[in-house]
Structures are given as structure tokens and as C-alpha cells.
Design a protein around this ligand. Sequence first.
Ligand code: XMP
Length: 311
Amino acid sequence: MDYKHFARKQIESIRKSVGDGSVISALSGGVDSAVCTVLAHRAVGSHVKVIFIDDGLMRQDEPQWVKQQFAGLGIPVTIVQAAKTFFKALKGKIDPEKKRKAFRHTFYSVFSKAVRASKAQFLIQGTIAADILETKKGVKTQHNVLDQIGVSAEKGYGFHVIEPLKTLYKPGVRQVGRALGMPKALYARMPFPGPGLATRCLGECTPKRIAVVRRACRIVEEETERFKKFQTFAVLLTDQATGVTKGGRRRFGDLIAVRCVDSENAVTATATRLPWPTLMTIQKRISKEIPSVTKVLYDLSPKPPSTIEYI
Ligand code: XMP
């Protein structure tokens, strides 16, 4: 496939759809929304308003990093602080689908407020083929495919949706990013799910529990940086397990699962054969840097029958 041609076609099509209007792009920092944002910017220049919703569920230092990367491309990004709203919506929710739905609802409600304030008529979003496939199969409710699950964005929220990447899988999206001349740090990034660290925090997502999983994710990312993999992260489980204090007393603490997978397109995946010393370093760092953790586990499950994320 000629990705330069694909990018040109999409740029033309966005320009035609948007006309004299304006478009809003919700940048998450992930490859899909980043590529969409650049396509929209190439199509309509300053008629695209780029917002980054800080939902409090992002990786460490993510909002600042994203803003900086896009400043380098000449694309200004407005950060919308919404962590409190998201934590309020997630409060008390432990069921995975309820958490996803709460996230999705909050996302669109925060976002539609930003859209109305911007007076844009169009929303560009990075739905990809895998999202549509998995939603249709009922594997999960993806937050970013409202149309496919029978909720009309036009009716419910008052704007039109443009999805330029919906025929591509992740490797294709990266190729479009490359063809657009984006920095590798952006187009080669690991996928990060829309509901963010909420997919990596089983049970209730409180600011305190999210801070634990955020720190653990950063450690896992740092220690696996040099290995080829599709995705890597940490997950905070719900139960507590026994540990011992230096003084020899029993105490209950958090359980962290480490996930690192090889995959082509996220439809299937296998656990990465990380070297034992790397796994040991990850365990040592997590136990030392996050004192609430008493056990660190490595997840060996392939997809299927498992999934990559935990909710
Ligand atoms: P699963 O867990 O279903 O994940 O094996 C497959 C891929 O999709 C990502 N993922 C999401 N991406 N919104 C997204 O944009 C979501 O709600 C979502 N859930 C999972 C996941 O990280 C993996 O790459």
C-alpha cells in the first residue's frame, strides 16, 4: 500500500468535509489520535483545534510530553484539566464494563463541552479497524466507536465524526505517521487504550490506586525499553497478598501484574520472553519504589483466550 497516497487522499477528504468549518481533535498522545491530528492539521491548518483531555488516567508526565511533541510540529495543543470529573464518575465502580461506560460517558461529556465552546462542527477521531472488529464481536465496548455500537454522535452530542483511519490496523497507522514525516517517538509509540490506566487498575480507580499503577507502568516501560515488543505495562490487581516487613511482621499489600506482549495488530498476542534478570530487576524496582506492593507477577497469557489489557 502507498501510505503517502493514502495520507494525501485522507487530507483531501478531510478538507472537503470540513469546508469552511472547523474541526476538533482530541489528542490522547497515542499513535491513532496523533496521526489523525496531523492529517487534520495538514488538511485545514489553524481550523483544527487540538485538545488534550487530562483525565487523570494518563502515563507519567504525558500531558507535558504530548504538548511538547506537537509544539515541535507547529501544532498548538490545549490541555483540558478533567481528572476530578473522571475520578468522580469512576468512584465506587468495580465492574469492568461499568468502568468503561463511565469513562466513555465522561469523555464525551467533557469533550462535547469543549466542542461546543470551540464552535467546531466536526470531530476527528482515531478509530482503527481493530476497534471496530472487537466491538462488533462484543469483546468489549470501545469508547471511540459510538456509531458502531448504535449511539449516534450527531444525535447525542451534536457534532459529526470523521474517522480517517478506520480501514487500517496499527502497523498501517504507523506507516501513515511515517509518510507524514512525524517524529518516530510519536508514530512508533506503544498503543495506549482510550480509558487509560483505568484498564490497568482492577477494582476502583481512585487517585491513590492510579498513582500506584502509573509508577509501576513507568518502571516496566523503562526496564523493557530495549526489547522489541508490541506493548508493555503494569496492572494493579484488586486483592491484597501477604508480605513481611523488615522487622519480620506480616502485612498485606498490593499485587502488581507485569504485562509485556508480542503482537502484529493486537488481535492476537503472546507473552514476550523477557530475560529472567530483567524480570528480577522489574520486581526489585517495583517492590522498592512502591512500598505498598508485596507481590509482583509476570502474566504469561496469550490472546486468545486472554486479552492484552485487564478490563
Ligand atoms: P485488548 O485488551 O482487547 O486490547 O486485547 C487490544 C488493543 O487495544 C487497546 N485497547 C484500547 N484502545 N480504546 C483504545 O483506544 C480502548 O478502549 C481500548 N481497550 C484496549 C489495547 O491497549 C491493545 O493495544
